[in-house]
Design a protein around this ligand. Sequence first.
Ligand code: PGA
Length: 223
Amino acid sequence: MKIIIGNWKMNGTNEFAVKFINEINKIETKNCVVICPPTGLIPIFKDFRYQVGAQNCFYKNNGAFTGETSPALLKDLGCSYVLIGHSERRNIFGEKDELLYKKWESAIANNLKPVVCIGERAEEKSRWKEVLKKQLDLYLGKDISTTIFAYEPVWSIGTGIIPSVDEIFEVYTFIKSVINNPQILYGGSVNSKNYQQILQYTDGLLIGGASLKIEEFSVIMNG
Ligand code: PGA
């Protein structure tokens, strides 16, 4: 069984979500399928036959934190997964490893499965091991039995450029050497043409753009 996660980012409407759910509900797969829609669309997924995740959360469950969403509320709305530290959170919103670690702790405390995203930027390519090691450091020695890690090279996200399968396997092996028995997904420009070769070397996929194309996602979710 592979884990196939679709990250809609800040895309999708009420109407699209209803259509997507109707179509995807007709498909049967052994894989674990998770859709992470924008927060406002989460309640529409109550009749979705697969799992629902959030794209982000805060680390407190209530209080004066305008604009944030608590892990407890996400759980209450039916989420079972949450992305932590997607590169857009890190690079556009300046989220740092220490903050992400608090979100990770809080997600677990609220029975959400965290999907911790890691990956090097284009200018960090030559020292990717150091970058990934630093992003993983806070989780070493911790109970990561319900945590999923997603390797997403930032230079591959939304660009159509993907590492070779050998490179993906090298990173996969490196992460496994750093942290004990993790589940590792790959993300970055995955589509219906390249997903099969990548899936051979990973525990699953994190899909952005292609998760908004119903036909394309239907193919990928079957693994
Ligand atoms: P992409 O995005 O599939 O559109 O490259 C992946 C991601 O950001 O998770």
